[in-house]
Structure formats: C-alpha cells, structure tokens
Design a binder for this molecule. Structure first.
Ligand SMILES: [Mn+2]
Length: 392
C-alpha cells in the first residue's frame, strides 16, 4: 500500500495552527452539529480516536441532540455526551475545555441548546491563544476570516478532512517550517515523532472516517468524483475494516414503520412538476405520528424522487415543533416546517434555501425552514419555483 498517495490539501498554516491547538490543550471537547448524521458522528468520533492515538487522554465527544440508532454502533459512540440527556455535563464539558474542536460544523448556531456557549467561544476567538479548531466542509463565516481554520466547501465530507489532518500530521514534510514550529512548542516534537502512518491508522479511526465519507456521498454515488477520495478509502481498508458490513449497518437498518412511511410518501404525497423537473414531498405532524416517525426516519426521503428520470430537483418538507430559542422569530406561528433541498449537477438550490427559506448549504444539498404549516410552506415553494428551477 502506498501511504504517500495524497496531496497536501491543508495549508501549512492550517497544519501548524492545528498542532498549536492540540499541543497546548489538556482537556479537549469535540462537538458536531445538531441532528448528527453519519459524517457528523464519523468525523467527531474519528477525531477522538486520532487524539487518543497521539496521547491526548482527556477528550470528550458532545452531540447537541440525539443520534440515530443506525449510527449507535460506531466505535466510541457509547461514551458521547448527549446534551438533551445530560445538559449539565454537556455544558460543563464544552465551557471548560481548553480546546473545542468543531467537526462538520462551522457556525455556533447549529448546536441547539449549546449555541450560546459555543457562540462565546467563537466570539472570543484569538488565533494567538488557540482554543477553537474548526474542521468543516460547510461555508463558515469565521473560517472565511481566519485562514488557519480548516474549512473546505469543496470537500465531500468533514471526515475526509479529519483524515487529511491526521495524515498530514504524520507527514512531517507537509509542515513547511517544522523547526520553527518545534521551537515554539516543546511538546510538538513528541506528537510529530509518535504519530506516523500506517501505525497510527487504527480500525476504530478508519471505521469512523469511512462511515462519514460513505454517508455524505450516498455510498460514493454523488460528490464522489475526486480521485484522492479513493486513495483515502484504500488506506482505510488496510486496517482490515469491512466496508460492506459498514454499509449494511448504516443503510439496511430501516424499521418497518420507516419503510411504510417511504411508501406512503412516494404513493400519496409526492407531487411532480415536470416542467421544472421538480418533485415535492410534504409530511404534516399527523402523518408522522401515524407512521411512528422519529427524526432520523426522515433522513434520505428527499433523495428518493431523484431516482426518477428527468427529476433534477427534490424538496422534502416536514413539520416540527418550534424550539424555544426561535419563539421570537416565529412571529406567532404554531408550528415550523423543516425543508431539505436536493438537486443534480449545475442546478443550485442553496440560493432558494437562503433567499426564501431562512437556510442555505451546498449547491446540490441545502436546508431551510419556514414558520408555518407544511401546506403553507409548500404554497410558498410553488410560488418561488419558477424563479429558481431551470426548465432544461
Ligand atoms: Mn458533512
């Protein structure tokens, strides 16, 4: 196996900044976004496995809200602090950590009840006193201003970036002025000496990285044309992990209720707008109750209509409670509608999400929200559709 087969995507500044963050920290909290998906879970748990491999033993994983059952088998998931279940422990871990690492997360607003505490950390940001490290593939305001933060919207997953950080740390050559870094930091030398590939590549680390890369690309079916992705996968497979078993645990894990919900969505709830190559599925709270739907059960429904020939846009809307921190924004609405947008190729959906539905995201995968019922949100969408959806 060739462990040299990657380019140095992260800049020397980013690698050096990461080293300074990690070397200086005794206690480290790793946090990811609310409603964590496979990449959120994979990248944040992989980060802990990596930090433990380089001798950091006071590392805590925090998730703002619950994670789906099909990810609960991930190595290390059983010791994650879930804020909804342990609010005091989560708050203390996040507030008191020397270093907070955000993976698959670049904004303090996406961590539910922990947002005010994380916002403090962002507001006090000072690159000379490094207490915040971002490893993300979303657009992030703080990373835009601070090039030492690791944010690459062109990366398919945050897990890939965690891998690249670990890999580059193991390649001393990726750090331009290594003597200079070592001069500043006594304990950097130890980190650099002990951490080398493939030795540092453990099955637990590899499992978490693979899960994140796989889930954010739909098992390598979209956002998956960058050749180096497969070099990373090849390195991960040398640890002996079984990628087919990972696929099975993540993707063949539906409940019967969820399967019936999918059928209901496709048969009864899907509206097609052939002129705009668009499909729209909506679910109200009564329907979700009927199918005993939990939040994770909604995952992926938005992708289903994309399998129809000539459908290039898919929108999925479902009702949700208005969280207390949004009550003032809600303007008297009783319910909120969460919206997922998907598209294919050169057909952006993030502009629609941003301008009409208080959201944003990637060109082909965005999210948004609307204060009101799904029917009201759908009506607004149908009005906006001609402005944003291409007819060809
Ligand atoms: Mn992600």
């Amino acid at each position: 196996m060739n462990f040299d087969a990657l380019s140095y995507k992260l800049s020397p500044l980013q690698v050096e900044y990461s080293i300074r963050c990690i070397a200086n920290a005794h206690s480290i909290a790793i946090i990811t976004h609310q409603n964590p998906d496979g990449d959120a879970m994979g990248s944040s748990l992989a980060m802990r496995h990596f930090l433990q491999a380089i001798g950091k033993d006071n590392v805590t994983n925090i998730v703002p809200t619950s994670f789906p059952d099909f990810l609960s088998w991930l190595p290390g998931a059983n010791s994650i602090i879930q804020c909804e279940l342990q609010p005091e422990a989560a708050t203390a871990a996040l507030r008191d950590a020397d270093l907070v690492i955000c993976t698959d997360l670049g904004e303090p607003t996406r961590v539910a009840a922990l947002s005010p505490i994380l916002a403090e950390r962002f507001n006090e940001y000072n690159a000379n006193n490094p207490k915040l490290l971002i490893i993300d593939h979303h657009l992030s305001a703080i990373a835009n201003e601070h090039p030492e933060q690791i944010a690459y919207p062109d990366s398919a997953s945050a897990s890939e970036l965690v891998f690249r950080l670990a890999w580059q740390l193991s390649r001393h050559a990726s750090i331009q002025d290594r003597d200079h870094v070592e001069e500043i930091l006594d304990n950097t030398r130890d980190i650099l000496e002990t951490f080398s590939f493939p030795k540092a590549l453990t099955p637990d680390f590899a499992t978490c990285i693979y899960t994140g890369m796989m889930t954010d690309t739909g098992n390598f079916s979209y956002n998956s044309c960058q050749p180096e992705m497969y070099s990373i996968v090849a390195m991960l497979l040398t640890t002996g992990i079984n990628k087919d078993a990972i696929y099975d645990r993540v993707f063949n894990a539906y409940s019967a209720d969820r399967m019936r919900l999918m059928g209901y969505c496709l048969y009864h709830k899907m509206r097609l707008f052939p002129e705009y190559h668009t499909a729209l599925i909506t679910l109200n709270r009564r329907e979700m109750y009927r199918f005993n739907a939990k939040s994770g059960d909604m995952e992926g429904i938005v992708n289903l209509p994309m399998q129809i020939k000539d459908v290039y846009y898919s929108i999925f809307m479902r009702e949700d409670k208005i969280p207390t921190h949004q009550l003032t924004d809600a303007n008297g609405a009783k319910v909120k509608t969460k919206i997922s947008f998907r598209s294919q190729g050169n057909r952006p959906v993030n502009q629609l999400a941003r301008e009409a539905f208080r959201g944003g995201g990637h060109m082909n995968a965005s999210g948004g929200e609307y204060f009101g019922t799904v029917d009201e949100a759908a009506k607004k969408f149908v009005e906006e559709m001609p402005k944003y959806m291409q007819k060809t």
